[in-house]
Design a protein around this ligand. Structure first.
Ligand SMILES: [Zn+2]
Length: 400
């Protein structure tokens, strides 16, 4: 074999290795060789070579899959990354809260703190709070800041993946031009992997929740804004500059109100947690009591009220109309619902199902199961943890 062939072979092996490590980093409970082959598109023998070499360097371990005896009596095995003793941190910025959790490098949460505050304005004060909560969680988890192996953070606005800078148009007007990862890294003394909140929610549900084992799915964060995290072939699809999935700015034919993005009739002008709470305040008011939107109980508690259920189902149908087009384009196997509206549960999910069934072509609609996320409000912070775990393991293995 001449030099060029052997160079291209080793480059190919390195690519395979990086690909396998990146996927394993997102699946803390491990994957079978067959799943690795399916998710990477690589042959069984390429995966087998790669796993053997990673095993001999002590980077992965292989153990029998529980209850997996095959017809021929052979048991499938699960390949997983070998962790270390450190701690990772996930940070989730919402519009009105910061949630931080410290976890093991295997993704098990050790401590969690949340603080309610106005995130959209005064970003530097908000970043200080996040840094404070991080130190508190690490300490409460029984670790020191020196033992931090990775930090991930999600922000509720479009982030340019080339520059890591917040881009307009955004709810986070005061954050535009800021590089939150650098700001946090400066405060914490560790590098921070950052992403959009809906992408983090998708990664959280994929690593620990309703989308485990799924390779093609949509995660919808329906809250103050509406954003989608798109996962294709097991990996998040972020687009050319990282802002894919801004479905909240899809035009609805009958809507006319101005949107913060400068257009009229965007989905977000019709459905958001604020508008739905206002509608619920109206239907939940009684003869004795008028309600303010802030007095509306958590949506999962009001869903039993038939009038409230109608409001939530109607919001679901409106979001579902937009999702139907996405289901046609991308043919996902699931649509996982998150954010405060997603956490409302069945009436909202049923409305989405109805529109997807009505407007997506039948074969695509049938393939896409619409489910409520399993992690609720913690999907984003758990996704930030999964991101921190992935960054840690890539660093440990020298892949980056
Ligand atoms: Zn808009």
């Amino acid at each position: 074999m001449d030099g060029i062939d052997s160079a291209s072979l080793s480059a190919r092996r390195r690519r395979t290795r990086d690909q396998v490590l990146a996927i394993l980093a997102q699946h803390s409970s491990g994957l079978t060789r067959a799943s690795l082959s399916r998710m990477t598109g690589l042959s069984a023998s390429a995966i087998s070579d790669c796993v053997s070499s990673l095993r001999s360097s002590g980077l992965v371990a292989e153990s029998p899959a529980p209850g997996s005896a095959t017809g021929r009596g052979r048991r499938a095995t699960v390949v997983s990354l070998v962790g270390d003793e450190g701690v990772v941190v996930g940070i989730d910025f919402g519009h009105a809260h910061v949630t931080v959790a410290a976890a093991t490098t295997g993704g098990e949460v050790l401590a969690r703190r949340t603080e309610t505050l106005d995130v959209d304005h005064r970003p530097s004060a908000v970043l200080d709070v996040a840094a404070g909560l991080t130190r508190e969680c690490v300490r409460a988890g029984g670790h020191t800041m020196e033992e931090v192996r990775g930090i991930g953070a999600g922000i509720p606005g479009p982030l340019d993946i080339r520059t890591h800078v917040v881009r307009p148009p955004t709810i986070l007007a005061d954050w535009v031009g800021l590089a939150p990862a650098d700001e946090l890294a400066r405060r914490l003394g560790h590098p921070v992997a950052i992403g959009n909140d809906a992408d983090m929610g998708a990664l959280g549900e994929q690593a620990y929740g309703a989308a485990r084992g799924l390779e093609d799915f949509l995660y919808v964060k329906a809250s103050h804004g509406i954003g989608a995290g798109i996962v294709i072939g097991g990996r998040p699809y972020r687009g050319a500059t990282g802002i894919a999935g801004e479905i909240g700015h899809t035009q609805l034919p009958d809507a006319v109100n101005w949107c913060r993005c400068g257009s009229r009739g965007c989905l977000e002008t019709v459905v958001s947690i604020t508008t739905v709470r206002q509608q619920l305040a109206h239907v939940l008011a009684t003869h004795q009591q008028t309600l303010d939107e802030h007095e509306v109980p958590p949506l999962s508690e009001v869903a039993d009220n038939p009038a409230a259920a109608r409001v939530l189902a109607e919001a679901g149908r409106t979001v579902g109309r937009v999702l139907a087009d996405l289901v046609n384009c991308l043919n996902p196997s699931a649509v996982v619902l998150g954010g405060e509206l997603g956490a409302a549960g069945e009436p909202f999910a049923a409305g989405i199902r109805e529109s997807v069934a009505r407007y997506a072509q039948p074969a695509s609609a049938q393939a896409a199961e619409v489910v409520t996320g399993r992690l609720g409000a913690d999907a984003e912070v758990r996704g930030a943890i999964a991101t921190a775990v992935a960054a840690t393991q890539l660093r440990m293995t020298g892949a980056v």
